[in-house]
Design a protein around this ligand. Structure first.
Ligand code: SF4
Length: 308
């Protein structure tokens, strides 16, 4: 157990009271519709809340149900994902909608194990859906919650020599402290605390509702974001961004028209030269393998478009 019972219940009470007054009013928290909650969870996997708030209503207007998403052309779904980044998620979301219609009678399955078999749904998202859609008392562990719990329960949650948190220990702690009657609000409260107060850099312990119970309070060294991990790329720009640029250029092509490789190359990398050919072919190959673009040949010319 990460905390004696009385300390644990005081933490629970303090955090839930704080959440009642300070919880973020996010539209998916007012939702009962499982499709809408699923869309928000997939979007939030890799996009900041601020951006999702902007794009979520637009996507739902375009694809309001599992069926509308499942029946859409994939190119339309990729177009509607504009601005969200990590376009693979759009494909997986559509595949999930199709699987739900074909294999689950149009409804999300209600267990973590079955949800994890759907495309793009990992351990965190499966638990989030079981809790937020079905109201089941299961823990939810995302990056924010890992940080909050590892600071609140440093004895129960070990770290390796480099300071990396043992994530399995976080799941165990999260399960053992979960207030079963208030699982939904507790999980949302932990996420909000991590997003707004117990942040990675410079946590605001003086404003935190659980300061009195936190062994790490005022002990986290103030620091600025460190240097980012170096990603593979070209001329200082990560390949990830070039992949997004390829999809963005194709999104702007009317209808199902194909672009020639050389035309596309100039739009993706304005100073494109012969030396970049092999590298850009590699980027296109990866996108095609992921199902995000389609290619065909006309004579010696490679033509590229969004998939059907
Ligand atoms: S007291 Fe500080 S370190 Fe502890 S949970 Fe609150 S913000 Fe995080």
């Amino acid at each position: 157990m990460p905390a004696p019972q009385h300390r644990q219940s005081r933490i629970t009470g303090a955090l839930l009271r704080w959440y009642r007054r300070n919880g973020r009013a996010l539209p998916w928290r007012r939702e009962n519709d499982q499709y809408r909650i699923l869309v928000s969870e997939i979007m939030l996997q890799q996009t900041q809340v601020r951006r999702v708030l902007e794009l979520y209503p637009r996507f739902l207007k375009r694809f309001p149900t599992f069926r509308s998403l499942a029946n859409a052309r994939t190119s339309s779904v990729i177009r509607a994902w504009r601005g969200m980044g990590y376009n693979n998620r759009a494909l997986r979301l559509q595949q999930t909608a199709r699987t739900i219609l074909q294999q689950h009678d149009g409804k999300l399955p209600g267990t973590v194990e079955t949800l994890q078999q759907l495309p793009g749904i990992g351990r965190y998202t499966a638990h989030a859906l079981v809790c937020f859609v079905f109201g089941e008392p299961v823990p939810v562990v995302d990056t924010n919650i890992i940080r909050v719990l590892s600071r609140l329960f440093p004895r129960a949650i070990s770290r390796d020599r480099s300071g990396k948190v043992n994530v399995e220990a976080v799941w165990t702690a999260a399960r053992s402290i979960l207030p079963r009657q208030n699982a939904y609000r507790w999980n949302q409260a932990l996420m909000d605390l991590g997003a707004t107060i117990c942040t990675s850099f410079n946590p605001q312990c003086d404003r935190c509702p659980v300061t009195a119970f936190c062994p790490s309070a005022f002990r986290i060294k103030k620091r600025s974001p460190g240097t980012k991990k170096v990603e593979p790329g070209r001329e200082g720009i990560p390949n990830r961004l070039y992949r997004g640029k390829v999809v963005e250029v194709l999104r702007n092509v009317n209808g199902r028209r194909f672009l020639s490789f050389s035309h596309l190359a100039k739009q993706v990398k304005p100073n494109y030269g012969e030396r970049d050919k092999r590298w850009l072919r590699g980027i296109l190959h990866g996108l095609e393998r992921d199902g995000l673009i389609a290619t065909k040949r006309r004579g010696s010319t490679l033509l590229v478009s969004l998939p059907e």
